[in-house]
Ligand binder design. Sequence first.
Ligand code: BTN
Length: 252
Amino acid sequence: MKGTREVGRQFIELASVDSTNKYAAARLAEGGLRHGAVILAHAQMAGVGQRGRVWSMAAGLDIALSVVLLPGSLPVAAHFRVAKVAALAVHDVVTEALGTNVTVRIKWPNDVLIDRRKVAGILISNEVSGSQVQSCIVGIGLNVNSTYLDEAFAATSLHNALGHTVDRMALVERLCQRVEARWDQLSTDPGALDADYADRLWMRGRFADLELDGAPFQARPVDVEPDGRLIVEGLDGVVRAYGLDRLRFAPR
Ligand code: BTN
């Protein structure tokens, strides 16, 4: 991969696979992957999404890839910074592709939206040893040239937003560069990483329809805790932080 020191230097391109995350986990367990390894699949037959959902892509049109990141030292308590790295890298690439007229936001924890529609999803699995994160598999699904998208999921693609086909492999290269840059930022300037993530948060400062323990809950997102809990201010003015186990955006 051009323009990077580590991310994408080991680049495994598969015509088809069940899931790039599963493939990466198996190869990592065998010791066959180094820091920055990227697994790209042109077709993914059993893509895994958040909350055990299925992730579908259009073969040859969209991006399904996994990046392996091996932190030298990352306390478990700060694991959410990896999610920030991934979401910001995707946000950077989508913003560059679309220009400044379009609003691109990160919907907590790490969906990327164009206006109100989801263009990318991220699924991260971390391996932990003691108090440290040993390895991270960052799975990224980015809708690039799909045009038939499920209305029920309020999905979109770069093609839909731009009205023309996008060079998918150029985007993969850009994604590797941005993952590397954001990963570097995690060690050189974590405060800026946190600030950029908070700045791009969808519905930040505005009352949103959420669900708390399954019940409707209106609150405005303020920021995220280092452990990834979303800090929200309720209608009663009380500010609290909740994890994904209790809080989610209400389905639209
Ligand atoms: C979500 O539900 O929003 C997360 C979707 C993550 C999909 C990507 S595609 C590449 C990688 N391999 C998988 O099986 N899932 C992730």
